[in-house]
Design a protein around this ligand. Structure first.
Ligand SMILES: Nc1ncnc2c1ncn2[C@@H]1O[C@H](COP(=O)(O)OP(=O)(O)O)[C@@H](O)[C@H]1O
Ligand SMILES: [Mg+2]
Length: 386
């Protein structure tokens, strides 16, 4: 089994006619909050990877999660050997593979667009690699074995060419082709994004079954947190070419390293409101909220902070300190929840209330929260206050 280690990996592409944005002149207390709304916050032009360090343990599936353009595909292509990094090293176990070709690395890659040869039957698509490497004698057994692993109905696809296959069938063939080579490392780049919702769930379960079966080391790139949670043993959350946090979903969800991670994970994600610390309270606009609990180093009075509270941690309470001005109410029957969208002190806000609450008729709701459920972040760096 293979452990993958990236050390200080960087990659930039020339971004014609585009300059990195200048530092904002915003007052300190809105600096991070304001930057979160700019496109360069997620992906500065030309920057693909910035000194990325990452260890994927032998046999684990690491989900690489992040918004479009944050460098996920580039990271995967560097691990595969398809893109040379500008700086840094890639190791498979103790071996430095930075200069090795993709073939030497024995990786199996599944792409969003399948990358099947359109003029070849599925059987040939699976066999091609072995033909290329003069291992023809293995082909019948490889095709038989992989067909059995892929399960019911797969043999029916073997004699068809990609144009005669549905999207879902094409992806099954692409996955089978990857498995047949018995790679030391599986790399998936948004393999489900062309499939409809139902097929996506089925194929996701199939990928999970295969990963379990092979105990292979895997990196799974996605912008969809549901997929990252379903497939990843751990998640590496990326933003703007950097890895912001690595951990289990629970760790990232409960203890996000930055306001960005907090504001990405969850459905809907954590509310983040600019605020000011007081001795034992936090001011959001004119609302005085209790100081979040569990802080080892509470902020000094007067410090600008970002206050974070998850929508499901807001509760109706006529005496509550938060006033939510209601804009839209959205029922979510499958979760027995009502999403109430609106504003708190002028900032966008969402509360997830029990369905039984009924659709609020009032234009403003009073809400409360448990201090242990709230988080504080540095207003300038976005880092969670410990
Ligand atoms: N071949 C390329 N040439 C120029 N820019 C590229 C190239 N590949 C990626 N980029 C840029 O690098 C950044 C990261 O891209 P990518 O790794 O594809 O992100 P993601 O997969 O997370 O959407 C983006 O700004 C993208 O435009
Ligand atoms: Mg991509």
């Amino acid at each position: 089994m293979t452990l993958i280690r990236l050390e200080g990996v960087s990659k930039r592409f020339a971004a014609a006619g585009m300059e990195a944005p200048a530092e904002t002149e915003e007052p300190l207390h809105t600096a991070y909050y304001a930057r979160m709304r700019e496109p360069a916050f997620l992906a500065p032009p030309g920057v693909a990877l910035e000194r990325v360090n990452l260890v994927v343990r032998a046999g684990e599936t690491m989900a690489i999660l992040g918004p479009s353009g944050c460098g996920k595909t580039t990271l995967l292509r560097v691990v595969a050997g398809l893109v040379p990094p500008d700086a840094g090293r890639v190791y498979f176990n103790e071996q430095d593979v930075t200069e090795q070709s993709p073939a030497e690395r024995r990786i199996g890659m599944v792409f969003q667009n399948y990358a099947l040869y359109p003029h070849m039957e599925s059987r040939e698509n699976i066999a091609f690699y072995f033909r290329l490497h003069h291992r023809e004698q293995e082909i019948p057994e490889r095709v038989r074995a992989v067909s059995q692993i892929m399960g019911v109905g797969f043999d029916l696809l073997l004699d068809r060419k990609p144009p005669q296959l549905s999207e879902g069938e094409r992806q099954r063939v692409a996955i089978a082709r990857c498995i047949a080579r018995e790679p030391s490392v599986f790399l998936f780049d948004e393999p489900l994004s062309n499939l409809d919702a139902q097929l996506r769930v089925r194929t996701r379960a199939e990928i999970k079954r295969l990963l379990r079966r092979f105990h292979s080391t895997c990196m799974y790139v996605t912008h969809d947190q549901t997929e990252a949670v379903a497939l990843g043993d751990r998640i590496a959350m990326m933003r703007a070419g950097r890895i912001e946090q690595v951990g289990t979903f629970g760790e990232l969800y409960d203890w996000p390293a930055t306001a960005f991670v907090a504001g990405f994970l969850g459905s809907p994600p954590m509310n983040i409101w600019p605020a000011q610390a007081e001795a034992d309270a936090v001011l959001v606009g004119t609302m005085r909220l209790p100081m979040p609990a569990l802080l080892r180093h509470p902020p000094r009075a007067g410090a600008p902070v970002l206050f974070g509270i998850r929508p499901e941690h807001l509760h109706l309470d006529d005496a509550g300190p938060i006033r939510l001005e209601v804009e839209i109410v959205e029922p979510h029957p499958s979760e027995h929840a009502l999403l109430v969208h609106g504003r708190v002190a002028g900032y966008p806000a969402v509360a997830k209330l029990p369905m039984a609450t009924g659709v609020p008729r009032r234009q403003a709701l009073r809400l409360t929260f448990a201090p242990a459920d709230a988080r504080l972040f540095d207003a300038f760096t976005g880092e969670r206050l410990p």
